[in-house]
Design a protein around this ligand. Structure first.
Ligand code: OFO
Length: 172
């Protein structure tokens, strides 16, 4: 059975994952209308992953005697100065999510809720991967600079990156 403190903390994370999904969906739309098909595909996949992260939490809360809350979400940014700024925002957001997961892990230990602590380890590893991927992408973008040909190749290759990441993940 979840304590009220843990239930509230997990519900807060459910909202964060739902907002992450919306943030990346807005990025997918922006990239799609700009003609960046590869980037759009990557962002659609990210958006779906965040929804999966949210659902995993929802199921956990309900299964352990809590009540998962579906709440109103903050509206995401829908326009970006450029694709570099957009990926910087993605990276910053992942760092924010990692901090939030770390805080949750901390609360689970304070509450001596070892089942939740164990469950959260999946999110800890996932955040390491997501931050690393975002950092790799930013490095590539910095290499490209303003080179149009580079952007074309980046847009083509990033789809491959999301396919590789998706297939490396174990289905739940
Ligand atoms: Fe839910 O992992 Fe990214 O934010």
């Amino acid at each position: 059975m979840l304590s009220k403190i843990i239930e509230e903390a997990l519900n807060k994370q459910i909202k964060i994952e739902a907002e992450s999904s919306q943030i990346y969906l807005a990025m997918a739309c922006w990239a799609e209308v700009k003609g960046l098909e590869g980037v759009a595909g990557f962002m659609y996949d990210q958006s779906q992953e965040e929804r999966d992260h949210m659902l995993k939490l929802v199921k956990f809360v309900n299964e352990r005697g809590g009540h998962a809350q579906v709440s109103a979400l903050a509206a995401p940014n829908v326009t970006f100065e450029g694709f570099r700024e957009m990926f910087q925002e993605l990276f910053n957001h992942e760092v924010f999510v990692s901090d939030s997961i770390n805080e949750l892990v901390h609360i689970s230990l304070q509450e001596k809720d070892y089942a939740t602590h164990n469950f959260l380890q999946w999110y800890v590893s996932e955040q390491i991967e997501e931050e690393a991927m975002a950092r790799t992408i930013l490095d590539k973008i910095n290499l490209i600079g303003d080179d149009k040909g580079g952007l074309y190749l980046f847009d083509r290759d990033i789809q491959q990156l999301s396919v590789t990441t998706a297939s490396a993940e174990t289905p739940e």
